[in-house]
Design a protein around this ligand. Structure first.
Ligand SMILES: Cc1ccc2cc(C(N)=O)cc(O)c2n1
Length: 319
């Protein structure tokens, strides 16, 4: 039994490292076959020694028992929706209001791709993922921890054992969306209209094994509550912190000075978004300086320091 415990620990560490390299760094170090063989060995050992299973064991990525229903979860820091911009005039107005309210000549912005998926919140305590929830109405969401744990690129344990709540967008890559719809077509089932609906459908399955069959992915974009870590001064530093903790952050983000460079970024991705392996429905633009965000505050339903520039809906089939 002692050597089994030792072997289980070794397998866990190895599988976690492989997950991180493959799904977060997109730089696999072992073949899928080798990964599957190690996972099968871990599952077998955990079956023989069920009392050795821990909530952060990589084996939960293959999904546990189905739930009868989803519990409700309160978001202590509400997950707000973003105001929308549909033109460059809207972006100019957004920038002008911030410069007027702040008295600053030029504003630093972070531009991110707006992933077209499902907004989720994840809570890590002492570095271990303890809960995952849908955004819901921004204040109350559904507890989908078991399903979120099946996302390969989402670490069950952070690289620093801190306690924090992070927010991100879970999504289905285009290729996986097409595979799932081909399977549905063969089974004569109704197809998913788009990757966003497919991601939502997968994450709201009561049976985590079904969620595990679908290769969902996730990009994290924000920090909610945080303990034991000193507050970053900028959004850029927050995103760097998320990456340092082993969380997957979309690599296409930029920090720019002034709204003109924001418009260049919007133009670039309006042209090139079809080249991405996942669907985006716009660009998120955020004030970088967190102290300035405090000064700007919120309207009734969205922050004054962020806006989503929306692209027109993608025509035709996503290639
Ligand atoms: C505050 C907020 C709200 C929704 C968001 C949504 C996305 C997204 N869909 O990628 C990215 C962000 O940075 C967001 N930030």
């Amino acid at each position: 039994r002692a050597e089994a415990e030792q072997r289980i620990q070794t397998l866990r560490t190895e599988l976690e490292e492989y997950n991180y390299r493959y799904h977060v760094l997109d730089d696999p170090t072992v073949s899928d076959a080798e990964y599957d063989r190690l996972m099968a060995e871990l599952l077998r050992l955990e079956e023989v020694y069920p009392d050795l299973v821990t909530p952060d064991s990589p084996s939960v990525k293959v999904g546990g028992e189905p739930l009868p229903y989803f519990e409700k979860v309160e978001h202590r820091i509400p997950m707000l929706s973003l105001g929308n911009a549909f033109s460059f005039d809207d972006l100019q107005d957004f920038d002008e209001r911030i410069r007027r309210l702040s008295g600053r000549e030029s504003i630093d912005y972070v531009c991110e791709l707006k992933i077209d998926g499902l907004a989720v919140s994840l809570r890590y305590e002492d570095g271990v993922m303890v809960r995952g929830a849908t955004r819901g109405d921004g204040r109350t969401g559904e507890n989908i921890t078991q399903n979120l744990k099946t996302i390969r690129s989402l670490p069950l344990r952070l690289r620093e054992l801190v306690t924090l709540e992070v927010r991100g967008e879970a999504f289905l890559p285009k290729k996986e969306f097409e595979r799932i719809n081909r399977v549905k077509e063969e089974r004569g089932e109704a197809l998913f209209a788009n990757p966003r609906n497919a991601a939502a459908g997968s994450l709201r399955q009561l049976d985590p094994k079904l969620a595990a069959e679908r290769t969902l992915d996730i990009f994290l974009y924000g920090i909610g509550e945080m303990e034991g870590v000193q507050n970053p001064l900028t959004h850029t530093a927050s995103l760097d912190l998320l990456q340092k903790l082993g969380l997957k952050v979309n690599p296409e983000r930029v920090t720019v000075k002034g709204i003109d460079d924001v418009m260049d970024f919007v133009n670039h991705w309006r042209e090139h978004r079809m080249e991405l392996g996942y669907e985006i429905d716009g660009i998120v633009i955020k004030v970088d300086d967190l102290a300035l965000r405090e000064q700007l505050g919120f309207t009734a339903k969205s922050p004054r320091w962020a806006i989503a520039y929306k692209f027109p809906a993608e025509e035709g089939v996503t290639v």
